[in-house]
Design a protein around this ligand. Structure first.
Ligand code: PBG
Length: 329
């Protein structure tokens, strides 16, 4: 019997034949609004100071930080994440929650100039502690005191909200901080302040360059007793679940590239607005290779950013936020 022409084996097309076709079936797209730009404001300097390990990243004075925020917003950046470097450090991190602390002043100044820019503040004590740890320390025993730290962290969050921060982002990894913050924020009348918690934050060597810019390297020990072991992914699920139970509104995974599996699991399991932090070490490695002409910075960055979104990130915190927003135009 003659075989009909319609019985031949067929194969689907690969859908890669032209840029227009590739675009038509592209699953993941980046939007300017997805990107959050970290900024550093320092009380200790008189002019903008470069950071050797992070080319293109600066510590800014209070005046400059406003100009940087204005220009970032004009360039299309929708949100910034503020870190402060105080001139005084002590054992109670007093400048972290001072009404006129550097972050509080920066938030007020930025909100005055560009009210539409979403201002997120990093809530941690490490930059404000003389020992550089994220909580109150018992120096003699080399311990970080979890419960003693909660009150200071909550006070810090409230002081940021009072200054006008839209979102507070606890990065300390003490247990119970989200609950403590939510209760204090609500009690102080800041029911609308959002909490973005660094929910699955691993103890990572990828933070190395950040500690130069934030001047927050611990003076003794390391952060292993409060940040997570990078070998653990089930534990990351429990950490995220706890933060959500404590009323976190947005959850974050940090670092980024080496933790895409965690990001994927978090997004799949919890379906929450999910952020990823493309941290300092990830930035510095690409910058160094690009400066040597070994890789194409822009291409590598866009590929990485797309990978974050593909893996489940709704929001991406990156030192390239300004560039990415430009490249997307
Ligand atoms: C503060 C904090 C750190 C980072 C963000 N918030 C450092 C740390 O935990 O040691 C790291 C950011 C980066 O590496 O880009 N606790």
């Amino acid at each position: 019997m003659k075989k009909s022409a319609y019985n031949q084996q067929l194969r689907p097309r690969r859908l890669r034949s032209s840029p227009a076709i590739r675009d038509l079936v592209r699953e993941t797209t980046l939007n300017a609004k997805d990107f959050i730009l970290p900024l550093f404001v320092s009380e200790k300097i008189r002019e903008k100071t470069p950071v050797a390990s992070m080319p293109g990243v600066f510590q800014h004075t209070l005046d400059e930080i406003v100009a940087v925020a204005v220009s970032a917003a004009a360039g299309g950046v929708r949100s910034v994440l503020l870190f402060g470097i105080p001139s005084e450090k002590d054992e109670r991190a007093e400048q972290a929650y001072a009404e006129n602390g550097i972050v509080q002043r920066a938030v007020r100044a930025i909100k005055r100039e560009v009210p539409e820019l979403v201002v997120i503040t990093d809530v941690c004590l490490c930059e404000y502690m003389s020992h550089g740890h994220c909580g109150v320390a018992d120096r003699e025993r080399g311990h970080i005191l979890n419960d003693e730290s909660l009150e200071l962290l909550a006070m810090t969050a409230v002081s940021h909200a009072a200054a006008g921060a839209d979102i507070v982002a606890p990065s300390d990894m003490m247990d119970g901080r989200v609950r403590a913050m939510r209760l204090q924020l609500d009690g102080a009348g800041f029911q609308n302040t959002i909490i973005m918690s660094y929910a699955a934050k691993f103890c990572s060597s990828f933070y190395g360059p950040f500690r130069d810019v934030a001047e927050s390297a611990p003076a003794f020990g390391d952060r292993r007793t409060y940040q997570m072991d990078y070998a653990n992914s089930e534990e990351a699920m429990r950490e995220v679940a706890l933060d959500i139970e404590e009323s976190a509104d947005i959850v974050m995974v940090k670092p980024g590239l080496a933790y895409l599996d965690i990001l994927w699991r978090v997004k799949e399991r919890f379906n929450m607005p999910t952020a990823v932090y493309n941290v300092s070490g990830e930035y510095s490695m690409v910058k160094a290779a690009a400066r040597n002409g070994w890789i194409n910075e822009r291409e590598v960055v866009m590929e990485s950013m797309t990978a974050f979104k593909r893996a489940g990130a709704d929001l991406i915190l990156t030192y390239w936020a300004r560039d990415v927003v430009d490249w997307l135009k």
